[in-house]
Ligand binder design. Structure first.
Ligand SMILES: *Cc1c(COP(=O)(O)O)cnc(C)c1O
Length: 448
């Protein structure tokens, strides 16, 4: 057990929980076991290191305050000020940024902060459409971003790649005040420079949302937008393997004046608090600092290399097995497949795979004839597989298991299906074996 009062408190807390709340403790045990024994291929997922979880569970979360280090609205903040400064310094170092705000409660909040600090209600926002792979917060009708602002959406060309020319035409026609780039379901590299040219031409801010590819950006596996876009936002729990939260980064434009005359950095600083948020979660800020320290370690670069190699291998093998892989491959951690071609819906694929302990998510694909609860696509990612130490050989096996399940499903409608019993048992057994062979590093093995 860890020495010191932090370790003793956490250990005692777990003892108390197990003793006094067996119902809840049992659920948490089951969830951790599930993470050990399933093949997590959700592209937005990762598994945080136990040291990150420890920060999240720490007593730093007891500190109530508002404001920023050195300028808080409550006493008792000397120590958490140092924690937040550490997180900011590590974020700046990891991304080569001139300014970092580590307080946003989520990636969505980070995007709201950017919208609300730089725009007036009703201003036009140009973002990637949801079905093209964009995110809700980039102007979708279901989100405040599409309701308080005027959304215009760009999409993909016939090959499934971002249609940069059409995007530029839309920008010229609609003169947006802000352009979002970065996606939730797009497997290819994004040309941030091209977006910036268009933003400059029409006088818009460019915001790069790197939620999905932040780890690749931090290690140079994908070009960085930090000095290209006016603002860069990200979630911290996806490819940074951190806690649930968000981050806002500024590069070369940190001191560029906004419409009000305030420099961009000051505008963002004032928008996170007090404009949109109240008290920061300082335990989560500590966990972000820990995750960002791990990003700077040499092992993290090796991990992101494996992520990309694995995704390419997975795409190639799925293609070989006759699956339609969107864009014909990937440059990132993500592989998008069209299961509609196999006579299935995303909903049925997701459900049948989960019965075999393979966790994926259904996803809309370009031209999808189904809504977001059914879909015709499945989105896969290699963050967790690479973390487990799996390589190209295992991707062949993962693709084969995926294919075996989808081959053994007989749909009865858009949502319901029959899955062959023998296949279910056989694949689930192989998944368990694979997960035991490649355990989550530094996580204690489940005991029985
Ligand atoms: C996941 C995601 C977000 C939202 O992040 P949350 O932290 O879950 O709110 C924002 N933008 C993109 C592109 C994403 O993929």
């Amino acid at each position: 057990m860890a020495a010191g009062i932090v370790g003793r408190t956490l250990a005692h807390g777990v003892e108390l929980l197990a003793e006094h709340d067996q119902e809840l403790y049992g659920l948490l045990e089951r969830e951790q076991l599930r993470q050990h024994e399933t093949l997590a291929m959700v592209a937005a997922a990762s598994v945080a290191d136990p040291s990150v979880l420890a920060c999240e569970a720490s007593a730093a979360g007891n500190v109530t305050t508002e404001g920023y280090p050195g300028a808080r609205y409550h006493a008792g903040c000397d120590v958490v000020d140092a924690v937040e400064r550490l997180a900011v310094d590590r974020a700046k170092a990891a991304f080569g940024a001139r300014y970092a705000n580590v307080q946003p409660h989520s990636g969505s909040t980070a995007n709201q902060v950017v919208l609300c600090s730089l725009l007036d209600p009703g201003d036009t926002v140009l973002g990637m459409g949801l079905k093209a792979g964009g995110h809700l917060t980039h102007g979708a009708a279901a989100s405040m971003s599409g309701r308080f602002f005027t959304p215009v959406r760009y999409g993909l060309d016939g090959d499934g790649l971002i249609d940069y020319d059409a995007m530029a035409e839309l920008a010229r026609r609609h003169r947006p005040r802000l352009i979002f780039c970065g996606a939730s379901a797009y497997p290819r590299a994004i040309d941030f420079g091209r977006f910036r040219e268009v933003a400059d031409e029409v006088g818009a801010y460019l915001v790069a949302d790197i939620s999905h590819i932040a780890g690749l950006v931090a290690t140079g596996q994908h070009p960085s937008p930090v000095d290209v876009a006016h603002v860069t936002t990200t979630s911290t729990y996806k490819q940074l393997y951190g806690p649930r939260g968000g981050l806002i980064l500024l590069g070369r434009d940190a001191e560029t004046p906004t419409a009000s005359g305030k420099p961009l950095a000051a505008a963002i600083q004032d928008a996170v608090f007090p404009y949109l948020q109240g008290t920061p979660r300082l335990n989560t800020v500590a966990a972000k600092a820990r995750a960002l320290a791990r990003v700077a370690e040499p092992g993290f670069r090796a991990l992101t290399q494996r992520i990309v190699l694995n995704a390419s291998a997975l795409a190639k093998e799925l293609d070989r097995l006759g699956h339609r892989v969107l864009t014909g491959g990937t440059d990132t951690h993500m592989v998008l497949t069209d299961v509609g071609r196999r006579g299935l819906t995303g909903k049925i694929a997701e459900g049948s795979l989960e019965e075999c302990r393979i966790v994926v998510n259904k996803n809309s694909i370009p031209g999808d004839r189904h809504g977001p609860r059914i879909t015709s696509g499945v989105r896969l990612g290699t963050n967790v597989l690479a973390l487990r130490g799996m390589g190209v050989t295992e991707m062949t096996e993962c693709a084969e298991l995926f294919d075996t399940v989808l081959d053994a499903v007989r749909p009865s409608g858009d949502r319901t299906y029959v899955l062959d019993e023998e296949v279910r048992g056989r694949v689930a057994g192989r998944v368990t074996e694979l997960c035991r062979r490649f355990p989550l590093p530094d996580h204690p093995l489940p005991g029985r």
